[in-house]
Design a binder for this molecule. Sequence first.
Ligand code: NDP
Ligand code: MG
Length: 396
Amino acid sequence: PPARRVCILGATGSIGRSTMEVVAHLRKVDPEYRWQVWAASGHRNLDTLAEVALSADPVPRRLVASCAQTHARVSGNGESPLARFSGEILAGPDALVRVATDPEIDVLVAAIVGRAGLESTLAAVQEGKRVALANKETLVVAGPIVRQAAQKSGAELLPVDSEHSALFQCLGDRPDDVEKLILTASGGPFRDWSTEQMRQASVQSALNHPTWDMGAKITIDSATMMNKALEIIEARWLFDVPAETIEVVVHPQSIVHSLVEFRDHSVISQWSPPDMRLPIQYALTYPRRLPGVAKRWNRQQPCQLDMLPADRERFPALDLGFEVARVGGTAGAVVNAANEVAVGLFLDGQIRFTDIVKSCHQVLQHHQFDASPTLADLVQIDQWARRETLRFADGL
Ligand code: NDP
Ligand code: MG
């Protein structure tokens, strides 16, 4: 069978490691292709990158150490387990674009966290690759640019984010009959906390997600519900719908991953136990469905599904998300940058939990809005928003 070569950027992370498992599984169950991880990247955790790569079968051909400072260590002495890797090792952020656009790869799994994933994801889209998109921040920052690039190159942009994968699976072939796209939100660890309790929330309690095991940044985003805000913006660009078409409901069990309401008021949802390997596998094999590696619904256990209205007062991130989805332009880049910086400050113990969304609001309000920015404009305003967030946090 023909090879299916996968490039995983962010292979040392939560999504990256799950993707390694999915590819190993597909290699066993898919008679149509010979799946393999062709290239993989890590940033700071290069020992993990080496471990992950050396335990894959076959071992990837190329590794990227995207953190430029590690260049010396990568190419130098034999201390790092990377020294046992006999393939090619590239270093620095530019190398991400090089492997993402390599003619030898068929699929890019964009699993870097944050705006750092933008250039490599966009480059693969421009190259016409299939892109399995976990890195939602890319669409938040530059949704229209990525969409246009995909239209021009014919690239397939397939969601890995579980909600968007669910919407994609529910939409079927009648997208014109859609009334609402309804994103589910677990509500995170503070679903029932008062604003005052959240003001006092510790880093530890915010990192303690009830239903998903994920990287630190998205776990904090889930607690503030900025994650849902980013997902509203992601849905706006991924499905090319106005912000008004999107809604959010709270579903604490994280089993129903999202729902589509049609014109006749029929609602179709997708459900499965919370396990990212399912949307990852579907993005890789679409439109085919192959034997799964993800957890299976156990019918011997009682299963309860709650759907609750979202509380926009206690979680002001939601209105922020709708606002940014509505105005577009530079707003996404600004809010995303402010959020990345504010989450970092919170994790470092420098600001309060409730200051994260407050900072995003503040910086959004003070920026010079541009309705149709170029990529260069977005990169610049991202840097401005990072500085502005630090300045605002300093004054808190
Ligand atoms: P992790 O923090 O677990 O992993 C992040 C990955 O990105 C790591 O490989 C890390 O490398 C790499 N990385 C970090 N900073 C940079 C940088 N500046 N340049 C290049 N690479 C970098 O995150 P997750 O796997 O949880 O999330 C990845 C993306 O997927 C995010 O956009 C998130 O929103 C999205 N997502 C995640 C879900 C989940 O279940 N985890 C669900 C839905 C979406 P290293 O570790 O070596 O430093
Ligand atoms: Mg999600």
